[in-house]
Design a binder for this molecule. Structure first.
Ligand code: TRP
Length: 454
């Protein structure tokens, strides 16, 4: 090991905006509203909140403990805390799932750039659903343009990450993350003041339990992992850059609250508008690219709202994609001793390739299917429903069973300087040891159809 000081966040605020930026992403805007729509509105939100409070917050504690205690990348962390243990698979899984997610994530990031540009063009804002659908599928299934947009998005991500933590990630998320909240509030105010907006709010919050199925639970848990950036070492990596004196329980809570409230705000910004214009709310991931433009078309100054919306989507995406790239870059530079520049370049080259494959799978490579899914959907499905929960499972087992309780307590209390109630610590350990592993296993197995719950 060299003795040069490891890079890290320069301030508490810097760490918080980076963490919130990592958590808030396409998942909140592109996935949450439509999952809610498909799974009985308020009923789904309730399940989601329960998962977040009971399972995901303790799992976030666990990732914080691993990262901050070891002050290393995911591989290095496991090696340091448990030398020669099979838990090193956490590191392998983390790099694999990051590449998988970032491949399609960056493609969608590219779409957001396209739609920012489109928002400025005349004739983009039309109310004709068919025409918008065609224009979206024409674009996303094209060979070159979406691939180029993906490469632009990836390049921007790389340019931020190459700057490091303090002078890269922190510097940019400091203004990008607050910007997310400002824009979503503007959109929300516009949406809820539309006539007929209350239907949308009712749809979003009124719990329809009859629409829940076993897979709703898997969706909620998968979404929770994805949205909070858990289960793939992202929080471990960012936590490794957090100062030893900081209160990591507080940081976890702030991240969770920021992300969850942003998801709900995004739902409130989207659904009332959808209902005000009598559009079917369960229109899937294409909700944001096909449905919303129809709405913007009917608003006075619609182009302004369109630009704002796609900017928020883009910003949310890039503050997340940098967090993912950092996982791989930290691994390459610390374990394989690459310079940061080379590590970023290597990661980007791999992602350029895998992302282009994902992009093409929406078009010319669409005929190539695994389990009936094209590459894009396959990556999306396996990462969310299998790899992330599996990663989460390993993390909770690691912290719950392998680490010494005293060490976990030491880290959660920042070496005893920030006291923690005995009962609360006991509950966290109990959740990590028993509740979380069992819940994750059940939800995962039933969701992929291996066991039948209902
Ligand atoms: N949480 C982000 C979103 O909601 C995506 C993301 C960023 C992520 N980093 C991650 C997902 C790490 C899983 C793991 O869009």
């Amino acid at each position: 090991m060299s003795h040069s000081k490891r890079d890290g966040f320069g301030s508490r605020f810097g760490a918080l905006v980076a963490l919130a930026g990592a958590a808030i992403g396409l998942g909140n805007l592109w996935r949450f509203p439509y999952l809610v729509g498909n799974n009985g509105g308020g009923a789904f939100i309730l399940i989601y909140l329960a998962f977040v409070a009971i399972l995901l917050l303790p799992i976030m504690y666990a990732e914080f403990v691993i990262g901050r205690r070891s002050q290393a990348n995911v591989f290095g962390a496991v090696k340091k805390l448990a030398p020669k243990s099979w838990f090193i698979t956490i590191g392998v899984l983390s790099v694999a799932v990051t590449i998988t997610i970032l491949s399609f994530y960056s493609v969608v990031g590219g779409w957001t750039i396209e739609y920012i540009v489109k928002s400025f063009s005349k004739g983009f804002l039309i109310t004709d659903n068919e025409a918008l659908k065609n224009s979206f599928s024409e674009f996303s299934s094209a060979t070159y343009r979406p691939a180029i947009m993906h490469l632009i998005f990836l390049t921007l991500t790389a340019l931020i990450v190459v700057g490091g933590i303090k002078d890269g990630i922190e510097k940019y998320t400091k203004f990008l993350t607050p910007m997310l909240f400002v824009i979503i509030l503007i959109l929300l105010i516009r949406s809820v003041t539309l006539p007929g907006a209350s239907e949308g709010l009712k749809f979003l919050f009124y719990p329809d339990f009859s629409k829940l199925t076993a897979s709703s639970f898997l969706d909620a848990l998968g979404q929770g992992f994805f949205s909070l950036s858990l289960g793939m070492g992202c929080i471990i990596t960012y936590a490794s850059y957090v100062n030893k004196k900081e209160n990591i329980r507080h940081m976890s809570l702030t991240t969770v609250v920021a992300d969850t409230s942003f998801a709900v705000l995004a739902g409130i910004a989207v659904m009332p508008a959808v209902f005000a214009f009598g559009i079917n709310p369960t229109s899937g991931p294409s909700l944001v690219f096909i449905t919303l433009p129809q709405i913007f078309a009917q608003l006075p100054f619609g182009a302004v709202f369109s630009v704002l919306f796609f900017v928020v989507l883009f910003v949310a995406a890039i503050t997340s994609s940098i967090s993912m790239m950092e996982i791989v870059v930290a691994y390459l530079s610390e374990e394989l001793k690459m310079s940061r520049k080379v590590a970023v370049l290597a990661t980007s080259l791999v992602l350029a390739f895998t992302g282009i494959l994902c992009s093409l799978s929406e078009g010319v490579l669409g005929g190539f299917k695994v389990f009936g899914k094209n590459l894009f959907d396959l990556f999306d499905y396996t990462s969310n429903n299998i790899m992330l929960p599996l990663g989460g499972l390993l993390v909770v087992l690691f912290v719950g069973w392998r680490l010494k309780k005293a060490d976990v307590l030491d880290e959660l209390t920042s070496a005893g300087t920030i006291p923690m109630k005995k009962q609360i610590f006991g509950a966290v350990i109990f959740i990590l040891k028993f509740v979380a592993p069992i819940a994750i296993a059940i939800v995962m197995l039933s969701g992929i159809g291996l066991i039948k719950l209902f």
